[in-house]
Design a binder for this molecule. Structure first.
Ligand code: NAD
Ligand code: MG
Length: 400
């Protein structure tokens, strides 16, 4: 363990799937971690329970009204946690001098500003919020470097790659003898569903992932394989590789979480049960290995490991993400993300069909093909414009 001082952590998105898994790991190591701040957007009762258990200095919610409700609950229990609200408060707790590290586990582009604030304050960032890199990857990586922040990948594939790369990998695949990075994908719940049944896929079926328990948005992304598309873009920035150095292979058992192919023909893989507490514990424990609470893999009980190529007809969202990855325009991945967030929300709300997810994204990519953005303000402005266009697409669909 690094000295005797516990690590002080802020968890952005504490009530979500990654947030709760993080707190599960932290709860197993009270001598290693103290919780500085917890944030949530809705689920105030759940946040209150977490505050009772972990007694953070701050809790952050979305609105003044939520803050009043939570503060009253905490005061009744004589808890000293101070409740703040709003976007600036998220940034404040992410960059506070009292916090060493930030778990970035807000879902969607809403996570960008507070994660960027953590980077500007030179924090250790445990990055689950892949959308930060999809929306503004170049800008975010530049900020991490400029302010000496430390970025550790929580997403299981990227964590697997991180574990399979040399410890001193400096973002130079050639120097490390890396030929390519192989992202594995489960293929989601519709890997074998007949294509003529795709039109009637329900939100309930889409969020019912065969291997992983996750939040609703990422579950729909996994079903459409947009998640793998977002992860290709995430990998491009995290490991400084080109589109040609990125492979995707379907591996339905989710035992191998991703691999690194070296020029000598060696392939290194990271394996384990599909449980996010493994990559979370890996990041939290570095440079040590710590107990995650996940059972060990029993190789004698595995039915087999299968691999095959992804099908772009079945998963057009993956094809769109590849196109974006191959384009030289960084703004296009911001467009892809914003359109996808609106499309997923509309699908979950039963306003569009599953097969229309890709149509919303494709239409926005065409509409905003000439867009450019360089600063955070420009990315956020573009994000807003695309959301508005995607909502218009959805409204038009409802009217037809
Ligand atoms: P989730 O929906 O379960 O939780 C999201 C959290 O963010 C909640 O605490 C919610 O209150 C908060 N939140 C939502 N909207 C917000 C907003 N506008 N402002 C502030 N806070 C907001 O999501 P999740 O599955 O935990 O995923 C979180 C992130 O981690 C996503 O970017 C996802 O892609 C990534 N990720 C998740 C998993 C997983 O297994 N769940 C795996 C890899 C990566
Ligand atoms: Mg993943």
């Amino acid at each position: 363990m690094n000295g005797c001082n516990p690590i002080s952590i802020t968890i952005l998105g504490a009530t979500g799937s990654i947030g709760l898994n993080t707190l599960d790991v932290i709860g197993r190591h009270p001598e290693r971690f103290v919780v500085f701040a917890l944030t949530a957007h809705q689920q105030i009762d759940r946040l209150a329970e977490l505050c009772f258990r972990f007694q953070p200095m701050y809790a952050v919610v979305a609105t003044a009204q939520q803050a009043c409700v939570l503060q009253a609950q905490l005061q009744t229990a004589a808890l000293k946690t101070e409740v703040l609200y709003g976007e600036q408060a998220l940034c404040d707790v992410a960059q506070a001098s009292e916090t060493d590290a930030v778990m970035a586990a807000i879902v969607g582009a809403a996570g960008l500003k507070p994660t960027l604030a953590a980077a500007k304050a030179g924090k250790i960032i445990y990055l689950a919020n892949k959308e930060t890199l999809v929306v503004a990857g170049a800008l975010f990586m530049q900020t991490v470097q400029q302010y000496g922040a430390r970025l550790l990948p929580v997403d299981s594939e990227h964590n697997a790659i991180f574990q399979s790369l040399p410890a001193d990998y400096q973002g130079n695949p050639q120097l490390a003898g890396v030929e390519s990075l192989i992202l594995t994908a489960s293929g989601g719940p519709f890997l074998h569903t007949p294509l003529d049944e795709f039109a009637t896929i329900t939100p309930e079926a889409a969020i019912n992932h065969p291997n992983w328990k996750m939040g609703r948005k990422i579950s729909v992304d996994s079903a459409s394989m947009m998640n793998k598309g977002l992860e290709l873009i995430e990998a491009r920035w995290l490991f400084n590789v080109t589109a040609k150095q990125l492979e995707v292979v379907i591996h339905p058992q989710s035992v191998i979480h991703s691999m690194v192919r070296y020029i000598d023909g060696s392939v290194l893989a990271q394996m384990g049960k599909p449980d996010m507490r493994i990559p979370i514990a890996h990041c939290l424990g570095l440079p040590d290995r710590i107990v995650s609470g996940v059972k060990q893999l029993d190789f004698t009980r595995l039915s087999g490991l299968n691999f095959f190529a992804p099908d772009f007809v079945r998963f057009p969202c993956l094809k769109l993400a590849y196109d974006v990855l191959n384009s030289s325009n960084d703004a296009s991945s911001c467009v892809l993300n914003a359109a996808n967030e609106i499309a997923v929300a509309a699908f979950l709300d039963e306003q569009i069909r599953f097969i229309e997810l890709a149509q919303v994204v494709e239409s926005c990519l065409q509409q905003f093909s000439g867009s450019t953005a360089a600063s955070i303000e420009e990315f956020l402005f573009l994000d807003e414009q695309v959301r508005s266009a995607a909502k218009t697409w959805v409204a038009g669909r409802a009217a037809s």
